[in-house]
Design a protein around this ligand. Structure first.
Ligand code: PRP
Length: 183
């Protein structure tokens, strides 16, 4: 596997830990959404990996949709206003929507998305996030499913990138300083 091994300083969450957590989360989601019309919404790009693995641990018929967002540039980042680059294909009205995220950092992206999607009148709207950085959320968020609380460090792998690389690592880790300098 590990074309990137030389760049990794330490592994924060191993591939085995991630898969075990997603199996638990999938089981809980299966119980919670039995009989409902579940729509998984992934926020590109990072969420595509957790979306693929988590969805295969959910024992229910379900549908997928994706959206792509970007913040309006550095100056307005803290305003939490995001621009929708690719909107959803599905109408959310009366659907049970579960947003799938790889990581919650400031929480601003999600806060904005929750508000925006709630306006489309889904039957329910919840969040499943694999990772949450400890103690740095700038907003209150009600997260139904959270995998791991991690320290406030820059992390890559399992969907998370640095300069678009490392998304295909099966674990989450930190980079050695020389890995930043090499690019
Ligand atoms: C990451 C992540 C979340 C967002 C969280 O995406 O996937 O969507 O940042 O940050 P916040 O909690 O501070 O708002 P990113 O902007 O890195 O894009 P990518 O998924 O395409 O790499």
């Amino acid at each position: 596997m590990d074309a990137y091994a030389a760049d990794i300083e330490k592994v924060l969450v191993s591939a085995e830990e991630i898969q075990a957590k997603l199996a638990q989360m999938g089981e809980q989601i299966t119980k919670d959404y039995t009989g409902k019309s579940l729509l998984l919404v992934g926020v590109l790009k990072g969420a595509f990996v957790v979306m693929a693995d988590l969805s295969r641990q959910i024992g229910l018929p379900l549908e997928f949709d994706f959206m792509a967002v970007s913040s309006y540039g550095a100056a307005t980042k803290t305003s939490g206003v995001v621009r929708i680059l690719k909107d959803l294909d599905h109408d959310l009205k009366d659907r049970d929507v579960l947003i799938v995220e790889d990581i919650i950092d400031s929480g601003l992206t999600l806060k904005y998305l929750l508000k925006s999607l709630a306006g489309r009148k889904p039957a329910s709207l919840e969040v499943a996030a694999l990772l949450r950085k400890k103690g740095i959320q700038q907003v209150e968020l009600d997260l139904r499913y959270v995998g791991f609380d991690i320290p406030n460090e820059f992390v890559v792998g399992y969907g998370l990138d640095f300069a678009e690389r490392y998304r295909n690592l099966p674990y989450v880790g930190t980079l050695k300083p020389q890995a930043y300098e090499g690019l």
